[in-house]
Design a protein around this ligand. Structure first.
Ligand code: ADP
Ligand code: MG
Length: 495
């Protein structure tokens, strides 16, 4: 395990930062946790609210099997202990976005226990791996949303989100720098998206984090933590840690004390602000929800959950290195996002080949040519103008010598513009590479005649002029000469 050397320099010496994250991830499911109302994002306010979600008297919650399944699959993907017996508790508090007056959650017996996530600290380098512990995952209901900008003197409430299933994924206090926390959230998001249990869309609020931060002198016991609520981007999470750790060092060094409290992040002023002092479990008068039976998972259900898991990013990354001969960096880039890995695998399948030769050619093309083009066009791989099948055909035309490297780039540009298949482009525009020795020899003779002085210099020992002749020949052939053949014939002709 790598020890992070991130330290804050205070007046009294160095301080270490300790971080634990509670990530709320919205479960991917068509219906809510205890009702049949839709979870689709972006609907008109209060159009996806059942009587259960509005907490009408006498309504009873019915657990959604799919939400339970997603939480269990997520736990399995995090190599966590799955608890075949868990229970729902009521967390009581009063707020206008919570019609029930309590949130159904799991405090005492969560569905998932301890697990772990491996993060890579130094950009994609396996040697920099660090394991961050998972404390637990429980499932709970989301609240509604208050809208303060609809009326000059009233606040409105939208209950569409009320009752949507969340997984709360609680880490151990194992992170030691903003970078580690950022890597952890990105990795967690990647795993959730592979599993398909959360879309990971932070802008839409599908994933948000409560950021727990404390500081200590290296080697001391943990200090008192503060918790900054509802932070909704990786950048903000890192900024909260940076700001909060420095604030705590200032407080402690000027003789003050850190109080355990809940804080808010103000993105406009880039600072955290105190919201309220920390509540304890008893403030919420937790008790088992009398409307719900304990959740008991049988073996068939657990087996089904396990069998439905896809190959996960770490396993995939290692397989790409092993089977496809990819560099650690390329393997990490291609597996970081599930869409990229899927696209890459469709491309490989379409080539009909396997092994290191096609692995390297395909990965280099995707990472430099395709990603470069997508970047330029402001697109993502899911709306790439070129399909994996077209990419495979382009690679085949290079492999069989129809296209040189230069020509393949030209053809690719035309594919991006027109959406045409590469073979059709080659055919239509005559972009085939030529290995016809007779034709190439004729061009070489012309180039040598037009540059008799340079031929003499070359023959007198100025070796580096060779590149000049290659360039002139290729130019005269509009880039279509097979470079290997051109080189060979030039060497012969120049003597
Ligand atoms: P609560 O539900 O009251 O917020 P939890 O026990 O669920 O408390 O822990 C919340 C989070 O705080 C966890 O992610 C944990 O890793 C983190 N944490 C606990 N102690 C510290 C500490 N001293 N410094 C930083 N984070 C901490
Ligand atoms: Mg908490």
């Amino acid at each position: 395990m790598v020890v992070s050397d991130y330290r804050i320099q205070g007046a009294t010496g160095e301080w270490e930062v300790v971080i634990g994250l509670e990530v709320h991830a919205q479960v991917t499911s068509a219906a809510k946790l205890f009702s049949g109302a839709s979870t689709a994002f972006g609907a008109e306010p209060n159009t996806q609210v059942s009587l259960v979600d509005a907490a009408m008297p006498g309504m009873l919650p019915v657990p959604n099997r799919e939400c339970v399944r997603q939480a269990v699959r997520t736990g399995m993907a995090l190599e966590a202990k799955i608890n075949p017996w868990s229970r729902f508790d009521r967390k009581n508090y009063f707020y206008a976005d919570l019609p029930q007056g309590y949130q159904i959650s799991q405090l005492y017996h969560p569905i998932v226990g301890e697990g772990q996530i491996e993060i890579l600290l130094d950009d994609k380098d396996e040697g920099s791996a660090k394991t961050v512990g998972i404390e637990r995952i429980h499932i709970e209901q989301d609240a509604g949303k208050l809208m303060h900008d609809q009326h000059p003197s009233f606040s409105y409430v939208d209950l569409n989100r009320s009752g949507v299933a969340l997984m709360e994924i609680v880490s151990k206090p194992d992170m030691r720098s903003p970078e580690e926390a950022g890597a952890y959230v990105r990795k967690l998001r990647s795993i959730l998206r592979y599993v398909g249990s959360c879309d990971g869309n932070m802008e839409q609020g599908s994933m948000r984090a409560d950021v727990n931060v404390s500081v200590r002198k290296p080697g001391d016991a943990f200090g008192t933590r503060t918790e900054t609520k509802n932070v909704n981007s990786v950048r903000f999470i890192m900024a909260v840690i940076e700001h909060e750790a420095n604030r705590q060092v200032d407080v402690l060094e000027s003789g003050g004390e850190i109080v355990q409290e809940t804080r808010l992040w103000d993105p406009d002023r880039s600072e955290t602000r105190s919201l309220r002092s920390k509540e304890d479990a008893h403030d919420y008068r937790y008790f088992p929800d009398p409307d719900l039976l304990p959740l008991v998972l049988d073996d068939a259900f657990l087996t089904d959950c396990r069998d439905s898991l896809p190959e996960l990013p770490d396993a995939k990354r290692r397989r790409y290195e092993r089977e496809l001969g990819l560099s650690a960096y390329n393997a990490a880039v291609l597996t970081a996002e599930v869409e990229t890995a899927r696209w890459f695998e469709r491309l490989l399948a379409a080539t009909g080949k396997s092994g290191a030769e096609i692995g390297r050619a395909a990965s280099n093309w995707v990472i430099s040519d395709l990603f470069g083009a997508l970047n330029r066009l402001g697109r993502t791989i899911t709306d790439s103008p070129v399909s994996p099948e077209q990419g495979a055909e382009l690679l085949r035309l290079v492999a069989d010598g129809t296209l040189s490297g230069t020509l393949s780039k030209q053809v690719f540009e035309i594919m991006l513009e027109t959406g045409q298949d590469p073979a059709a482009i080659v055919e239509e525009r005559g972009l085939k590479q030529t290995s016809d020795t007779g034709a190439i020899e004729k061009v070489i003779a012309g180039v040598m005649a037009a540059n008799a002085d340079k031929v003499a210099e070359y023959r007198a020992g100025k070796d580096k002029l060779f590149g000049f002749f290659v360039g002139q020949t290729m130019k005269a052939m509009a880039g279509k000469g097979n470079p290997a053949v051109v080189n060979e014939l030039l060497r012969k002709a120049l003597g």
